[in-house]
Every structure is written in C-alpha cells, then in structure tokens.
Design a binder for this molecule. Structure first.
Ligand SMILES: Cc1ncc(COP(=O)(O)O)c(C=O)c1O
Length: 362
C-alpha cells in the first residue's frame, strides 16, 4: 500500500520507528517482561497527563473509556455540554447506559462558558458534568480549566464528577489534570499520541475512585476498582495489546524527550500557520477566535471547493485531509489536522499541494 500522509484528525501519521517498535517478539501478558513494560509506561503517562494520580490504559478506543466514566461516576444525573458532534456522543452513552441526561446546548463553533455550566448546575440535581475538551468537528477547544474552577466553587462543587473527553487534544494541548482538579480525563492512541489505534488512556482522581465504590452495576471490563487492583501490580485484568504497548513505551519516551512544553508550542505554531494559510485564501474558520484548537482546524467551505476532488488530487501527492464531520458539516467544511508528530515542514508540503489544486480549480 502506498504511503499517504495523514492530515486527518485521527488516525494520525505514525513515524516508521514507532511502527517498527510493534514488531518485537510476542510475550504473554502475565510474563515479567510485560510487567516491566507497564512499570515503564506508568510514570511516563502520568507526566503526559500532568498528574500524580493513576492513569489507566486499555485495549479499547476512547469511546470505551467514555462509557467507563459514565458507568463508574454517575448515580444521579449528567449535565452534558454539547457544542459539536463529539460532545453529542457523551449524551448517547449516558442514555445507552440507562442513566439520566440533560443537555446544555451551545452553538457549534462557540465554546462552552464556565458561567453557563455553573448556572445549570445550581439546581443541585446533577452529580456529573461531561465536557469535550477539543471538539474535533468544529475545531473548538473548550476552556475546561475555567469550567472546572467554576464547578468547584459551587456549594456542592466537590460532589460533582468532572468527566473530560480529550481524545483529540491530549499531549498536543496543555491540560493539567491535577491543577484543574478533574475527575476523569481520557484520550486515545490514534490522535495526538501519534500511535496506531487500539489503546486508550484515562486519568482518574481519588474522588472518582471513591464515587465508583458507591455506584452499582459498573460492569466488569471497565470497573475502576478492578482496573486499579491490576494496575497497582503493573498488570491488566485481561490480555493487553502487547504490540501496541511496545510502541507506546517508545512513543512516550520520545514525547518526553521533545518536552511537553515544546510539543504544545509546536502544535500552536502549526495551528497559527494553518489559520494564516486559510484566512490568506479567504476561507472562514468554524471556531470562534480565542478558542481555536491547537490540534485541528475546521474551515468553512465558503469558497465552495469540491472537497472530494481536492482529496483525490492530494492522494496523487501522497496526502489526505478530512472532509467536515457528519451530515451537518460534510462538504460545507473541511478539516486540517496539525497534531501528533507532524512538523511545520509537513504543513507547508500540504499547503503547497492544496494551493496547486486551488490555482486550477477556483
Ligand atoms: C473528541 C472525540 N471524542 C471521541 C472520539 C471517539 O474516539 P474513538 O474513536 O477513539 O472511540 C473522537 C474520535 O474522533 C473524538 O474526536
């Protein structure tokens, strides 16, 4: 299969040395070699999540850990902050698990504001809030740190579980789990971590662990208490994705060698350049100023270009970007991901190719 460089918001481009790391000999998940890998990965994951709390990992995607968060942390009712297609998924998961849900709807392209959340929580009927840190459909980053501060300053703020989906931002955008006082912060391997799909990661607070112990019917596969029991022994309850763990261990080492602050700065620089390129052509952006994502830019197709034709052309140059997400945004927008291990030179290569297409098709 020819190499097509991915500028889509997941799965993202994976470096050859990370792909190669998966090809080591197989080991059993109860063998000491596997325990050693888990012991190596744990403190590195904590650094990436900026936490001293536990970080679970699982052979599942991000949606699995969204379900885990709901099953373990909700006994009353969830307030779901919705400003795009992915935050809508939280609501589906809550309802599918037989729990009560209420939506806080914000216009797509706008950010969820702390005072909106605080106002809705004042009724006292909620025990959890779900927020999507980075709306991959619109390219909006919600101010989760400020929202969390507003929640914690409510009279019952300490009883509210703050559940954050950072699937398309963690490790590409600064999120400080401990300082922001979050309860669950989850992500998946195939986005900013720049790994193949198949692993997910989730930091869980002491507050959430204590809450889980009181919530019935947590299931088994995603039960925080079961996950914690095994993690503390550097094990997993069931067979882990061993090959992906090899890749994870190497990628975490490389990420920390780059330095998290440098990694965040690289993402911001690629974001700024993407915005400059888009606006320079007269494109408008989906996301409101001040809340534009460090990892993905969603662009209004106000110049009416043929996005499938653009991608067909880009394929001939060995590249691919993303159409708008879902029926609401497809063809009326397109998305350029600048996440993971992509470099500015990759972005310039993409812009040059798109320019070539636009020169012939506008
Ligand atoms: C913000 C966000 N949340 C959740 C998901 C679902 O993640 P997964 O496919 O890993 O289950 C995605 C996938 O694109 C996403 O961007």
């Amino acid at each position: 299969m020819p190499h097509i460089k991915l500028f889509i918001p997941g799965p993202t481009e994976v470096r050859p040395e990370i792909l190669d790391a998966q090809a080591a000999w197989m080991i059993g998940h109860r063998m000491p070699e596997c325990t050693d890998i888990i012991a190596s990965v744990r403190p590195k994951l904590q650094q990436v999540f900026q936490t001293e709390q536990r970080v679970f990992f699982g052979a599942n995607t991000g949606s699995g850990f969204m379900e885990a968060a709901i099953r373990n942390c909700v006994s009353k009712k969830v307030l779901n902050c919705i400003n795009g297609a992915f935050s809508d998924r939280w609501a589906e998961i809550v309802v599918a698990n037989g729990k009560e849900n209420e939506d806080l709807n914000v216009e797509w392209g706008e950010a969820v504001m702390p005072e909106m959340v605080a106002e809705r929580l004042a009724s006292g009927e909620f025990d959890a809030v779900c927020i999507t840190h980075n709306e991959t459909s619109t390219g909006v980053t919600n101010p989760v740190g400020e929202i969390a501060r507003a929640i914690r300053s409510l009279p019952n703020g300490d009883e509210i579980m703050i559940l954050v989906d950072a699937v398309s931002s963690l490790s590409g955008a600064k999120i400080d789990f401990d300082d922001w006082d979050l309860d669950v912060l989850l992500t998946a391997s195939q986005k900013s971590f720049a790994l193949p799909p198949g692993l997910a990661f989730m930091a869980v607070s002491e507050r959430a662990m204590a809450k889980a112990a009181t919530v019935p019917n947590r299931g088994w596969y995603f039960d925080f208490l079961v996950l914690d029991k095994y993690l503390s022994k550097n094990q997993t309850p069931s067979t882990t994705a061993v090959s992906l763990m090899y890749a994870l261990d190497k990628q975490l080492t490389d990420m920390l060698a780059e330095g998290m602050e440098a990694r965040f700065a690289r993402h911001l620089a690629m974001r700024d350049r993407t915005i400059e390129w888009a606006q320079g052509h007269g494109f408008e952006l989906m996301a409101a100023e001040g809340y534009r994502s460090p990892t993905v830019t969603s662009i209004h197709n106000n110049l009416n270009i043929d996005i499938p034709a653009l991608n067909k052309f880009l394929r001939t140059r060995g590249m691919f970007l993303s159409n708008g997400y879902g029926s609401k945004l497809k063809n009326v927008s397109f998305r350029i991901a600048h996440m993971g291990d992509l470099q500015m030179s990759d972005m310039e290569e993409l812009f040059a190719a798109v320019d070539e297409f636009l020169a012939e098709n506008l």
